[in-house]
Every structure is written in structure tokens, then in C-alpha cells.
Design a protein around this ligand. Sequence first.
Ligand SMILES: C[S@@+](CC[C@H](N)C(=O)[O-])C[C@H]1O[C@@H](n2cnc3c(N)ncnc32)[C@H](O)[C@@H]1O
Length: 365
Amino acid sequence: MWTEQHVKEIDSIIRKKEDEQLSLPIMEQKLQINNRRYLGSKYKLLEFICKVVRENCTSVSSVADIFGGTGVVADRFNKEGKDIIVNDILYSNYLAYLTWFSNEKVNITKIEKLIKFFNESEPTEDNYVSINFGGTYFTEYNARKIGYVREEIEKMSDELNAREKAILITSLIYAMDKVANTVGHYDAYRRKLDSIKEIKLLMPEFNDGLNNGNKIFKEDANELVRKISADLIYIDTPYNSRQYGDAYHLLENIAEWEKPDLVGVAKKMIDRSHIKSDYCTMKATSAFADLISNIKGKYILVSYNNMAQKGVGRSNAKISSEEIVEILETRGTVEIFETNFQAYTTGKTNIDDHKEILYLCEVSR
Ligand SMILES: C[S@@+](CC[C@H](N)C(=O)[O-])C[C@H]1O[C@@H](n2cnc3c(N)ncnc32)[C@H](O)[C@@H]1O
């Protein structure tokens, strides 16, 4: 049994470890896949997810995380020795997957030198990022550096393989998150620019010994399931009308680096049609039904939370719990597992009955 006290103690150990990391010289600090803020990240629920799989599924040697987000769920199963398939519609997430899950050979010395070079650079000229995002999302200094570093990475594309380029961009994107003047997403910046820490890129830590047999995609999950199969398919769709492509437009802009025209106070890319998700619209339930009907696997595991009722409002859920069960039952028997999210947030949330829910379907039809 874990008590509140245990959670507090573990929290304080983690914080101490993070502080120790921060006091290391930059090149000794390593970036982990979970070192970023992301709406709906399941990092704090990994134990719960793994426990449900361990105790209720047999012979799972491959896992597909098809709405991967940060990739922390795929990462956990990868560390358990399973082959993973990982996917998201966002290019910025795809680059993180290449960083942590590919086994393409990387010249580590070359990448470390480049990261050091970028950290020591002092660009003085304005660029796309400083003109558009300086003084709002980032300090002028950090914005100039972000634009300069991203342009340099692009210029050296011929000397980098796809994974090396992905590692550098991922390092930049994670570094941006640490100094962004936001509450963790880019729907808006905070009015007072007080995130003034200097941007610092870190070398991601990865273990290629685990990465044989992994597959990485950037596709609409509904298209992807028609082509893949895995023992366990993990599904963690967006729950409401908030598009991830809007919330992370700035990271996506830097990842794609096509320097598009921008709109509105939040300076979003004009054309975001390619990163719009049906799961954030009225089409969510029919998209989910189509997804489930095309899955090839032994188990389907769906994450969901009870934070919002189904409805038409911006923060209302787009699919109801009843619909999830009904749709999953078309493929086999369904079991439901719940955990009180409070236990994972050390009491920071005021919503008393916030529950994280897993629906496990053993596929038989
Ligand atoms: C709730 S988040 C997943 C969080 C993830 N489990 C984690 O722990 O970080 C949902 C993700 O689905 C992605 N997404 C939305 N619609 C998609 C689609 N049709 N196909 C693939 N990915 C999609 C979003 O970009 C977002 O990253």
C-alpha cells in the first residue's frame, strides 16, 4: 500500500535527484524522454498502466502506442523489453521518437560537440523566431538563439543522418519548453515575461540496445491501424475539443521549420489543417468506432478520465464512457480499471473524484 507519506517522500527524492542533475556541468546533464510538460501525459500513471497489463494480459511481446504524445508509455514498454510501435500526428513528437526509439547509428561525439557549440553561441542578428516570438513566449535573447540554432541544424542537414538531426531538434524543443513564458502549452503566453532563464540544450540519453524491432510513425492512427498489428494496442486519444496541434503549434513550427505566416495574438501557423484531429470534433465517436473495428491485436487498452461529461462545450468530453464500452464490446469482453488520480498529484488538484480509467478489451471477434 502506498500512503500519502510515501508519495511525498518519493517526490522529494525525485526533486533532489533533479537538483543534483542541474548542478552538474551542462555536458554531464542528460535529457530524459519525460523531461517536458505535455497535456495528458501519462508519465505519472505508468505504474497503473503496467500493473493492469501485467496482471491481466498474457504473452504480450509487442505494444503499439498509437496516440503516443511524449512517448512515455511506449518508453516504459520498450524498457520492459517489448517491441514497440509508436505514432503521433505531430512531427515534433515523431522527432522525439526517432531520438529515443530508433536504432539508427549516432555519432555521439559529433552531436555532443554540436550541442556544446550551440550552447556557447551568442547570435546577434534577428531571425524568424526572434521577430515572431521574442518578448512574448521567450526573451529576445532566447528567441534569437532558438531561431539561430534551428537554422544551423537545417544548414547542416547533409552532414547528419535522420536520427542525428532529430536528436538536435528534440534537444532544442525540450530546451524551449524549459524557458517558455507559458503555463506549459502555447495557446497563450503569460502577460508578464518572467521566464528569463537562459536556454540550454542537453544531450538526450538513449539506449539503442533496446531499440531493435521498434517501428516509428507519424500518421493518422485510423490509417495506421489498417497496416499494423501488435499484441497490445494502447489508445490515448485527445478527450476534448482542444487540438494538440494548436496547443503545441510553436514546437511544431520549429520542428517543421517552413517558417509559415502566423495568425492571431498566439501567433499560430496559418495552415494547421494537417495536424487537426477528428478526435477533438463531433466526429470523435465515429472515428473511435472505425479505429477499434480495424485493430489487429490480442488486447486493446484505452485510457480515459472522468474529468468532463460528454457535451458540445470546449472542455466537454467528445466520447462518453458508455460509448467506449459499447464500441469495445464489439471486439470482445471489456474490463474497467480505475485509479484515483489524487494519489499521483500529491493533493495538488482540488477535483476530489478525478479518476483515471483504463478499459481493457480482450479481442475475440
Ligand atoms: C492524450 S495525448 C497522448 C499522451 C501520451 N499518452 C503521453 O503519455 O504523453 C493524445 C495525442 O494524440 C495525438 N493525436 C490526436 N489525433 C491523432 C490521430 N488522429 N492520429 C494520431 N495521433 C493523434 C495528439 O497529437 C496527442 O499527442
